[in-house]
Write a protein that binds this ligand. Structure first.
Ligand code: BJW
Ligand code: ZN
Length: 252
């Protein structure tokens, strides 16, 4: 059964004209980045749904900014793993469609830079649905800056005085419509959507693989356990992304 699943998954990858990948926190787990909803994915007993909200940012900005400062400092020690690198190699080789991520950690971009040697072409660079933790933006206007360490006083925008915050999409905030549309078109036109390391409970990201399926394509899921999307998948490969992705993609 297991052997048959692998054979079928490899066939789907080989025969697909266009492949889109949707990744989540699980692909970065082996790089030492905590996930959101697995055991150990909590921070000081807060759940992401409590901290990653615009309401929390207004009610208790210091706690939210400290959470991001803690994550940034952990991230500064993290490197892309074999899963990020396998996807980067795959999309460097097979330019049709491309990579969509919910992650804000920048590790797909690092992997593409490492694998490409110089400027990687678009399909190997991720569409970052939920933004990037390496940037700040103003909560009031559109000004953006590279992230800076948290000081004693709350960081403020020099133009409008509003709070300076990470350039990420919190719960209840809307995704950048152009970014979402690019991802939606890739998913809709793909013959195969590879869904890696996501619990698939956060929308609209979780709807993207369903767009592939509704237009006649397949879903192959890579995860250590079953998820909200498993039933919709043609094949579900159980295992760590850093092991499964090279084994699945390097031979196709
Ligand atoms: C491994 C592994 C290994 C471990 N190898 N695998 C439709 C229905 C219901 C609700 C909504 C809906 N549409 C919109 C909503 C509201 C909301 C939502 O989806 N809520 C649900 C939770 C119910 N969505 C939004 O608010 C979005 N905005 C929006 O839609 O605007 C319009 C709107 C507004 C208001 C109302 C309605 C519409 C915005 C969502 C933004 C999410 N933001 C966060 C924080 C980003 C910044 C940051 O990082 O701090 O994004 S929350 C957090 O969850 C983060 C993640 O990107 C996202 C997804 O998590 P992910 O990646 O799946 O991680 P985990 O931890 O959940 O899963 C890890 C997986 O890896 C597990 O499956 C493990 O098994 C696996 N794993 N190790 C392989 N080694
Ligand atoms: Zn401003």
């Amino acid at each position: 059964m297991e052997q048959g699943q692998w054979r079928e998954a490899r066939r789907l990858v080989r025969e697909a004209g266009r492949v889109v990948a949707l990744t989540g926190a699980g692909i970065s787990a082996e790089s030492g980045v905590p996930t959101f909803r697995d055991a150990g994915g909590l921070w000081r007993s807060y759940r992401p749904e409590e901290l990653a909200t615009p309401e929390a940012l207004i009610r208790d900005p210091r706690t939210v900014l400290e959470w991001y400062a803690w994550r940034r400092s952990r991230l500064s020690r993290c490197r892309p793993n074999a899963g990020h690198r396998a996807l980067a190699r795959f999309f460097l080789k097979r330019g049709e469609a491309g990579l969509v991520t919910q992650n804000v950690d920048g590790l797909h971009t690092h992997a593409a830079l490492e694998e490409a040697g110089d400027a990687p072409p678009d399909p190997a660079l991720p569409i970052e649905l939920h933004g990037a933790v390496g940037r700040d933006r103003c909560n009031g206007c559109e000004t953006r800056w590279p992230a800076e360490p948290l000081a004693d006083s709350l960081p403020r925008c020099a133009s409008c005085g509003d709070l300076r915050r990470p350039d990420v999409v919190l719960f209840g905030e809307t995704l950048d419509p152009e970014v979402l549309e690019r991802a939606r078109l890739l998913a809709e036109r793909a013959d195969l959507c590879l869904v890696v390391g996501t619990s698939a409970v956060v929308y609209p990201a979780a709807a993207l693989p369903l767009a592939t399926r509704e237009s006649g394509g397949h879903i192959v899921e890579v995860n250590v356990r079953s998820t909200a999307l498993t039933e919709a998948a043609t094949i579900a490969l159980r295992g760590e992304a850093g092991t499964v992705l090279p084994a699945l993609l390097d031979c196709c």
